[in-house]
Design a protein around this ligand. Structure first.
Ligand SMILES: [Zn+2]
Length: 179
């Protein structure tokens, strides 16, 4: 199981800024606009089907706090509960899958070797988990669309994009860094 990627604290990868990560997520949304509905909500189940290899595992085959993780060959392993929640459009499951997808799109597996021999604290911009979370946030929420609709109440934006209130608040707080 040594090639399974579920490092909570992240590993060191090449530095990427919020703007860089947002532009990669935005490019992916553009190239896959058939999966984005008129509200700007991306269908993460269809993204998973088209762009990733994945396996759904019984919940107890993954460590108890792990909803999904990725193996080094790029396969996403998903707990049965998380997969069912994804199919139901649950916000947390959508973010979880977008996060794992981020590891693949950001090429983290080929960069893990950067971690060898390096000690000490990992700077935020070089942290694999931080980068995957940023990618997930901007994959679920398009910054330009969010700016246009920023006056709407958070719960409405949450329904519109299929992302949690917390995710929307974070994207709003970072808008000026990507636009
Ligand atoms: Zn991760």
């Amino acid at each position: 199981m040594s090639d399974i990627f579920y490092a909570d604290k992240g590993v060191r990868v090449y530095p990427r800024s919020i703007a860089k990560i947002a532009s990669l997520a935005g490019l992916f949304r553009l190239q896959n606009n058939e999966f984005v509905d008129k509200n700007g909500r991306i269908d993460m189940y269809r993204v998973l089907e088209k762009h990733a290899l994945y396996n759904v595992l019984e919940d107890d085959l993954l460590p108890s706090n792990i909803e999904a993780c990725s193996s080094q060959d790029g396969t996403i392993l998903i707990s049965e509960t998380t997969f069912n929640n994804l199919c139901d459009g649950q916000h947390r499951a959508r973010f979880t899958i977008a996060h794992e997808f981020g590891h693949i799109m950001l090429n983290h597996f080929s960069e893990i070797s950067l971690n060898r021999g390096s000690e000490g604290e990992i700077k935020t911009f070089c942290n694999s988990e931080w980068q995957a979370n940023e990618f997930a946030g901007w994959l679920l929420v398009d910054p330009l669309d969010l700016k246009t609709n920023a006056a709407l109440p958070i719960p409405l934006l949450s329904m519109k994009y299929g992302a949690s209130n917390e995710c929307i608040e974070r994207r709003l707080s970072k808008l000026d860094k990507v636009l």
